[in-house]
Design a protein around this ligand. Structure first.
Ligand code: PNS
Length: 159
């Protein structure tokens, strides 16, 4: 049986930390679908289409499918015949929200498992928010995001 996992996120924008988690998920699952979603509590810098295009460029060469969704994550996961949801964990500060979401997703559909992948130490400090802050202030984005994403950020903040 093909083991399929969903790797959902806002990816506003996708960072090297996300790509690292994805690469490690690919070692465990036969297929990983990266899905760009909407968190109603967040205000996004990039549209869904822009975020999807950046994920596409940042994951070039990796054997992944890229999609987007709205609505309940468990419904989308089921529709894709996936059995697991991948989430990256950086620090204890991520845990509360992730634990709550994982438990809610299990309540909604107990056939789907949430799998947490610990980030590498070198990416512990890295988040899409911090990347946007550095970009908005003209800082160096090397090692934080792919070259293409860095270009997109520069364009956004030039406007
Ligand atoms: O942490 P992120 O990256 O902002 O997560 C974004 C996303 C879209 C993955 C998250 O907001 C999500 O799972 N949304 C779907 C809504 C849902 O299924 N809610 C019920 C479980 S809490």
């Amino acid at each position: 049986m093909t083991k399929i996992a969903i790797y959902p996120g806002s990816f506003d924008p996708v960072t090297m930390g996300h790509v690292d988690v994805l690469k490690r998920a690919l070692k465990i699952f036969d297929k990983v679908i990266v899905v760009v979603g909407e968190n109603p509590n967040k205000k996004y810098l990039f549209s869904v289409e822009e975020r999807k295009a950046m994920v596409e460029s940042a994951t070039e060469g990796l054997n992944v499918e890229i999609d987007h969704f709205s609505g309940l994550l468990v419904d989308f996961t089921k529709k894709k015949n996936a059995t697991a949801i991948i989430r990256g964990l950086r620090a204890v500060s991520d845990f509360d929200y992730e634990f709550q979401a994982a438990l809610m997703n299990r309540k909604l559909d107990n056939t789907i498992e949430t799998i947490f992948i610990m980030t590498r130490g070198m990416y512990c400090y890295l988040s899409s928010s911090v990347v946007k802050e550095v970009a908005s202030l003209g800082g160096d984005l090397k090692d934080l995001v792919s070259m293409n994403v860095a270009e997109e950020l520069k364009k956004k903040f030039k406007k």
